[in-house]
Ligand binder design. Structure first.
Ligand SMILES: [Zn+2]
Length: 310
């Protein structure tokens, strides 16, 4: 049922904007058109934002190719990075409980293990069925010696598996941020010239069209989600979720946003954001500017005034 509601919301937005004279939904990533029959055939699919594996907040429609084929591969990298980050955070902050599988290396031996972190205490469970018995005994002997003699100064290496591809996880972040702003502002924003490079990057995740460091930077909080308007070091929208912050253009006619942002960030050693004005995180697909185009100018004026005063 929700798919039909989303279809009609998107389809009405396109006809209001004069972008289509028939009932179609345009995929916000590939820009291909789909009619209502494509919902039943599975060509047009429900996409959860962020992905369900990391806690979905709302849904939009994207096409099967952009969602199941391309999107799932990127989302999985975001999910693995999130799980690994939570594990490391649990270990360092000594709060909460989490588990992970991976490798434990002590001296020359590496074993496949399950890690359990509980309130900062690390338990290592050896997986007997997938470890070489001789290596297993060698590590156990070393552990017993350490238990008697103390861990002071002892080096060991913990590697979590599966690992993740940093670049693909960052493209996954960009995808979540872009689709979130599509849900808030609509086609008017998402299909604007300012977002050309973003759409190109999402369609070709294997290519390096944008520099990764300024569209995804690590933040301290992994739970907070918000959309903010930033004044400095450059005016932009920042979409924050799961410990990542993604910068996107603020003005729909700002075609040089990423070049300008890169030039500014290259000059600065310390990157702090200021002049944040918060926009409510969406609970549904709103397409605000498509339905209320008169609000765009008002919105920009408000932002200019607020950011000049802040
Ligand atoms: Zn598509």
């Amino acid at each position: 049922m929700i798919k039909y509601e989303l279809f009609h919301k998107g389809s009405s937005a396109l006809s209001r904007l004069g972008l289509s004279d028939r009932s179609i939904y345009r995929c916000p990533i590939c820009e291909n058109d789909f009619d209502q029959n494509d919902i039943d055939s599975g060509e047009l699919t429900l996409e959860h934002i962020p992905p369900q594996s990391i806690g979905a907040d709302f849904c939009i429609l994207t096409c099967q190719s952009c969602n199941t084929t391309a999107g799932t591969k990127l989302d999985s990298q975001v999910a693995i990075r999130h799980k690994n980050t939570q594990f490391a955070r649990g270990l360092l902050t000594k709060q909460g409980q989490c588990t992970a599988k991976g490798a434990f290396q002590l001296g020359p031996d590496t074993l496949n293990v399950k890690f359990v972190v509980e309130n900062g205490r690390l338990e290592i469970h050896l997986l007997s069925q997938i470890n070489d018995p001789a290596k297993r005994q060698s590590v156990l002997d070393q552990l017993h010696r350490l238990t008697d003699g103390g861990w002071e100064g002892q080096l060991f290496t913990v590697t979590l598996s599966p690992g993740f591809d940093t670049w693909r996880a960052r493209i996954g972040d960009l995808r979540i941020a872009y689709l979130t702003l599509f849900a808030v502002f609509g086609y008017t924003y998402a299909f604007s010239d300012a977002l050309d490079d973003v759409r190109a990057q999402l369609r070709r995740p294997g290519q390096r069209i944008l520099d990764s460091y300024f569209f995804s930077v690590p933040r301290s909080s992994t739970t907070q989600r918000f959309i903010g308007i930033v004044k400095k070091p450059f005016k932009c929208i920042v979409v924050c979720f799961l410990g990542s912050a993604v910068f996107l253009p603020l003005w729909i006619d700002d075609c040089n946003f990423y070049k300008r942002a890169a030039a500014i960030l290259n000059q600065q050693s310390r990157r702090s954001l200021s002049g944040l004005i918060q926009i409510q995180w969406p609970e549904e697909m709103q397409l605000f500017f498509d339905y209320y185009p008169q609000k765009i100018e008002e919105f920009h004026q408000l932002l200019s005034l607020k950011s000049n005063n802040s």
